[in-house]
Ligand binder design. Sequence first.
Ligand code: ADP
Length: 491
Amino acid sequence: MGENLSKTVAQGRAFMNIIGGEQVEAKSGARMDVVAPSDGLAFGSIPASNEADVDAAVRSARHAYEQGEWGKMAAVDRGRILLRLSMLITENADELAALESRDTGKPIKQGIADIVGCARYFEFYGGAADKIHGDTIPIAGDFLALTLREPHGVVAGIIPWNYPAQILGRVAGAGLAMGNSLVLKPAEDACLSVIRIAELALDAGLPAGAFNVVCGTGKDAGAALSAHPDVDFVTFTGSPLTGTAIQQAAAINNRGVTMELGGKSPQIIFADADLDAALPLVVNAIIQNGGQTCSAGSRVLIEASIYDEFTKRLAEKFSKLVAGPHDADLDLGPLISKKQHALVQGFIDEATQSGTELLAQGTIAGNAPEGGYYCAPVLFGNVEANSSIAQKEVFGPVLAAFSFKDEDEAVMLANNTDFGLVAAIWTRDGARQMRMAKRVRAGQVFVNTYGAGGGIELPFGGFKKSGHGREKGFDGLFHMSATKTVVFKHN
Ligand code: ADP
C-alpha cells in the first residue's frame, strides 16, 4: 500500500450518518472531531448524534424490515448481496485499510488483516444465508411439530474502537444474513470504516434502511439505542462496565442481548512444549493491536522448571519491540486515545511502584510524533496472583508472567480471574492437552497455537465476566435469530 494513502486518507472529510440509505447530518447539526492516535491531530469529523437521530435510524430499520423490500427478500438474494459486499470490500481494501489504520493507529499490516477479515465475514455469512434450516420434531399422536428460525427484527449493534471493521463484519454479516435490519453505533474514537462499509453495502444493492449507522458518544447515542423500545435485540462488544449499562437499558424492554466483554486470557506453557513455536505467538498475542484486543494473551503461565529460560527468551523479544506511527508499520502502533494511554500507564506505574519485577521493555520509535499516544510494551515477571495486572483487563501491551509447579496449579491460576474468554495450552502430551482443555474455563481454548486463523468460522464468546452469547461461525448466526415452534394437529 502507498504510504501516502494512510497519511492522507479522509483528510478534512465530514463523515455522515447513514439512515434510510441516505447520508445525513445529526439533527442538531453537532459534529465531533476524528483524531488520529498517531499524532493526536484531528483530520475529519463525524456527526455527534443523539436520541432523535437514533430514533430516526430505528424507524428506518423497522420500516425496511416490516414494509420494505428487505423484509420480503429471499435468503438466497440476501446472501448474494453480502457476497457482492465482500467483493466490494476487497476491491476497496487499500482505502479501507488506510482508513482503519489512520483512525485507530494500528499498523497498516493490521489494518489490511482487519479488512481481509471483514470481507471474509461477509463471504462466510453470505454463503450461509440460504443454508439455515429448522427441525422437525417427532411428538406423539396426530401431531407434526417443526421449528422456524426467524430474524429478531431490528438489531442494535454497539461497536468498540479496537477492531471496528472486523466487528462490523461479524455483527452485520450474521445479522443481515439472518434477515434482520440493523442500527449500528460505532465508537466515537473510531468509526470511519463502519461508515464506509455501510456506504459500500448500498452500492452492493442492500435495500435502504436495512443497515443504518449512527455516530456519537456512548452517553448520547449508545444509551438511547440500547434503551430504544423498538429495538428487538442488542449486541455489544466492549468493556464489562459498559456491558452492564447496556444490559440494564435493554432489560427495561426485556430484550435479548449478546455481550462480548473482554478477558484476561492465559497462555499456559508446559516444560515439554515446543518453545520455539510458542515464543512468537505468546509475544504476538499481547502486542497485536497494542494489546487492545479482547482476546489478548495478557498472562503467560510457565512451568517452574523452564520459567527462567522462557522468560529470558521473552525478555529478549520484548526489548526489541518498537511502537510507532501507523504508517511506519512497526510491531505496534499508538494506543487509541489519551484516556486509554493514561489507563494503561496507570497499570504500569502501579505494578512498578509495588515492586513487580520489570523483565523487559520495548521502545518508542524516535520519529513518533510527540502528540501520539505511544506506550512501549512491558513484560513483568513473578507477578503476584491478586495484583491489578494479574486480574484486570489492562487493554495495553503489558504481559504478566507467572510460574506454576504442576497441572493443578496451572488450572488454578488460569481460572483465577473474573474473565473466561480465551486460553492456550502448550504441551506435547496428548492426554494433558485433553485434560487441560476441559478444565480451563474459557470460551475458546487453543492447543499449541493461539487465535487460529482469524476465527471467522469459530464460535467466540466468554464465560463469567467475559460475557454471554456467541459471535462468529454458525453460533453467531443463530444468536441473530429466534426459534419459532409450529405444531400441526392432523388425522
Ligand atoms: P471505552 O470506555 O474504552 O470507550 P466502551 O466499552 O465504553 O469502551 O465502548 C464501547 C462502545 O460502547 C462504544 O461504541 C461506546 O460509545 C459505547 N458506549 C459507551 N457507554 C455506553 C452506554 N452507556 N450505553 C451504550 N453504549 C455505550
